[in-house]
Design a protein around this ligand. Sequence first.
Ligand code: ADP
Length: 405
Amino acid sequence: MIVLVINCGSSSLRFQLIEAEERKRLARGHVERIGAVSSIATLAQSGQDPERHGFKAEDHGQALNFVLEYLTSEKFKVIEGVEQIEAVGHRVVHGGEHFSDSMLIDDEVVEAIREAFDLAPLHNPANLKGVQAAQKLLPKVPHVAVFDTAFHQTLPPEAYLYAIPHRLYRRYKIRRYGFHGTSHYYVSRRLYELGEANRSDSKLITCHLGNGASLAAVHNGRSVDTSMGLTPLAGLVMGTRSGDIDPSIVFYLNEKEEMTLNEIHSLLNRYSGLLGLSGYAGDMRALMEEAEEGDVRCQQAIKVFCYRVKSYIGQYMAAMNGCDALIFTAGIGENSHQVRSRICSGLESLGIELDPVANREVKGEGLISRSESETAVWVIPTDEEMVIAIDAMKIARAAHQTPWA
Ligand code: ADP
């Protein structure tokens, strides 16, 4: 079954076209600067170099229309016609407390995505725009929402409740939700698939370290804790996000620098993290190059990043009373042996012992711990789009088989 996977930001649309049964990617790309004077589409068929096209997309509908025309054009013919697309899978960031699974999109689901606008003001409105544009252009196929928060809906109350008056949870659902759920889900399932852990009897810590970064404790296949919170601002040090800070800093900045709440929000989301610490870049690769040249602040930023990850690993080992496997994924987790090595160094007494050669030489998926390490350490490249495509396929099939659906 051919599934179109869509991930919309406020001015961007990312897509992949996937043959879900065969787990085969047919095409991928993105449109940026939607709504600006000129937009840019970058599109690639599987295994070929990307092409860039300038055009004007006033909205997400026009951007998607351009993508569909490209996929079916005489020149590219990735598919013969749009009718070959049998389902659309949409990444939706926040599902609130409503969804612990992917859902066929109907009016109720749309309403629930809207209800979570306040919780994810940067993401959910854009995600919904993508859903509505795609429903218009592909009205005959099932559309499925796959939520970043769904995998973490199994957190127990002691992990998801904040110690603030309980009525705030009851009234506004202020609690820890967690994000990157599809990625944590994918890498944990991949380890079970490899036969390296048993779903019903395993303690895993999954480390998604990209621009956005989060850890999850996965006990017997279920997420039991995760580092992001009500929003993706909490937890680890990220490219430009602060991660955990003392909440009093907000009031302090308000008083001392006379910053408004909006300005502080922007400071913590866009000018903090690795960028704020280093004063140079939020991009780990760029920081590492500078750090090697001797830049002390870049060196320090990397140290803070690694120390925070290490602290969370310790916390989750305590939460699960051990850890059978630690998994690194996403841009930094998959590619930086230096960061992995720093995070794991000094964890030997907790049973984590990296194999330095395997760690340096791993390409793609692989075991990077010594054979005597109590906790196995893995690198597993994430594939969130594949999870979305497979979920969309399963739900689309069920919808076809259930005439009253
Ligand atoms: P996003 O959250 O945007 O999907 P990615 O998962 O693509 O992010 O991760 C981007 C991060 O991965 C950037 O900080 C980038 O510098 C880092 N990265 C990619 N390759 C390497 C590498 N070889 N060494 C260190 N960092 C890397």
